[in-house]
Design a protein around this ligand. Structure first.
Ligand code: ATP
Length: 454
């Protein structure tokens, strides 16, 4: 029983990946040259979906709030940022090597996949677990001892590649927020609590990228650093816990598929005093969708120490000063997108015929309307349909013209990319009522409406 359940979720993931490629959502990166592991390219529908997700986040957490400010910092930053933040010393994953093939694996993932409990184990304990149980690599060979591997991509800035020129592609967007905290306080002097929000690329040299876009080497984050009075961190943490649920609901994810995991101290990131991972039931299993962390004054304190600049906030109208503490909800775009894709993917039957339909929430669907003439060889039908198309296109942007094949085929094609409404101009439109037919993606029901009421 369990075996079959496993098989069907695996299959589901494969089908989603294949649909994503075939229909122009997501392609493997550099595919034409044999690929580059851990990188993905977004096609026309993927980029629309991704932008809709990112715009929704910005609307909920920046535009609709009074206490949030947006920033967009440079990806390349002074190396001191990553020294002060602790990433140079501690942004590591446990690595183990196949002694024959030299292939490298993440030790904790390899052991977890083999059924061992690895949470909170040190490098030595992971090595011991391998030795005690004679765990082999997936190729059946002996494994090395477990050691650390820093996940930051190193690069050099400028024409001289010496130590001073070294920097890193940012592994999180958060530091670009912390380094601008003082700038924003000086420009706006916001009341506490207030937050800074940023969306943008992050890079991690994951030891073994896998599971489609879930674990990529280049991905996108949406992060908030919410600055609070240290005495009030718990209140703010609870506020953001609720906001995260608001987010997962806005994505259309069912509450029962989202789970809070209180992360034990030994498993928390070096900067965190409390973390809740929000996990989602992906077809690959229950995995982290996003994180909520209490980062204390770890980052602003480090910046103050290393830069020598004062990071204290003065409470308005008082002499009370302190370095604010920080609550950080950290959202991954790819994981949100993968949760939306897997939630939307549905197989059902219409008139005894199997169909695949992506049931995206309307506000996230990459295409909102498809417009077509019933047949394409009647110029007057085509002209009227073009007229309707142009009106909708101006109003909604994400509107597709589709006059290929017969109408049934068009519906199937639009179902597969999750278009909520297909509008068809037929002979009745021209000859009798002027109404167009609108077919609903989920119910497949058709209604006749005035074009201007669409
Ligand atoms: P994991 O334990 O899965 O490696 P993490 O705990 O290291 O993730 P964080 O450092 O908390 O992740 O990053 C915040 C968010 O960024 C994650 O919740 C996830 O949504 C996203 N993220 C992190 N690493 C990746 C990655 N390699 N690919 C895609 N998204 C990622």
């Amino acid at each position: 029983m369990v075996y079959w359940a496993h098989m069907s979720t695996e299959k589901n993931m494969e089908e989603i990946v294949s649909l994503a490629k075939r229909r122009g959502f997501i392609y493997p990166g550099s595919d034409i040259y044999g690929g580059l592991s851990g990188t993905w390219d977004y096609g026309p529908l993927g980029v629309a979906l991704k932008r809709n997700i990112m715009a929704l986040w910005w609307k909920l957490f920046v535009d609709e709030r009074e206490d949030m400010y947006g920033v967009d910092a440079a990806i390349l930053m002074n190396q001191k940022v990553w020294q002060a933040s602790g990433h140079v010393d501690t942004f590591n994953d446990p690595l183990v090597e196949d002694l024959e093939t030299k292939q490298r694996f993440r030790a904790d993932h390899l052991l977890k996949d083999a059924g061992y409990q690895v949470d909170g184990l040190s490098l030595d304990q992971l090595t011991q677990l391998i030795r005690d149980n004679n765990v082999k690599s997936p190729n059946g060979n002996e494994l090395s001892d477990v050691r650390t591997f820093n996940m930051m991509f190193t690069t050099t800035v400028g024409p001289v590649a010496d130590d001073k020129a070294v920097t890193y592609l940012r592994p999180e967007t958060a530091q670009g927020i912390f380094t601008n905290y003082k700038n924003v306080v000086d420009s706006f002097y916001p009341d506490l609590p207030f937050g800074l929000a940023q969306q943008g690329k992050a890079f991690r040299n994951e030891i073994s990228p896998r599971d489609f876009i879930f674990r990529s080497r280049e991905f996108e984050q949406m992060e908030i650093e919410y600055f609070v009075d240290p005495a009030k961190w718990e209140e703010a943490f609870e506020h953001w816990r609720q906001q995260v649920w608001k987010w997962t609901q806005a994505l259309g994810l069912a509450d029962e598929n989202v789970h809070e995991l209180e992360v034990a101290e030994e498993d928390r990131a070096h900067y965190s005093k409390r973390t809740i991972d929000f996990e989602f039931d992906f077809p690959i299993g229950r995995e982290e969708l996003l994180g909520l962390a209490y980062r204390t004054d770890f980052d602003l304190g480090n910046i103050q120490r290393v830069s020598g600049k004062n990071m204290e906030y003065t409470v308005k109208g008082t002499n009370t000063k302190f370095v604010p503490h920080v609550i950080e909800p950290s959202f991954g775009v790819e994981r949100a997108l993968m949760a939306v894709l897997t939630t939307a993917y549905t197989e059902d039957e219409v008139n005894g015929e199997k169909r695949v339909v992506m049931k995206f929430p309307e506000h996230l669907a990459p295409v909102k309307f498809a417009v077509s003439p019933l047949v394409r060889n009647k110029p007057e039908l085509v002209a009227k349909a073009r007229e309707v198309y142009e009106i909708l296109k101006k109003k909604y942007g994400a509107v597709m013209w589709d006059d290929n094949g017969n109408i049934g085929k068009r519906y199937r094609r639009q179902d597969e990319i999750g278009t909520p409404y297909c509008v068809v101009v037929d002979f009745d439109t021209l000859e009798t009522d002027g109404l167009v037919s609108v077919r609903d993606r989920d119910t497949t029901e058709q209604r006749r409406v005035k074009p201007e009421d669409l």
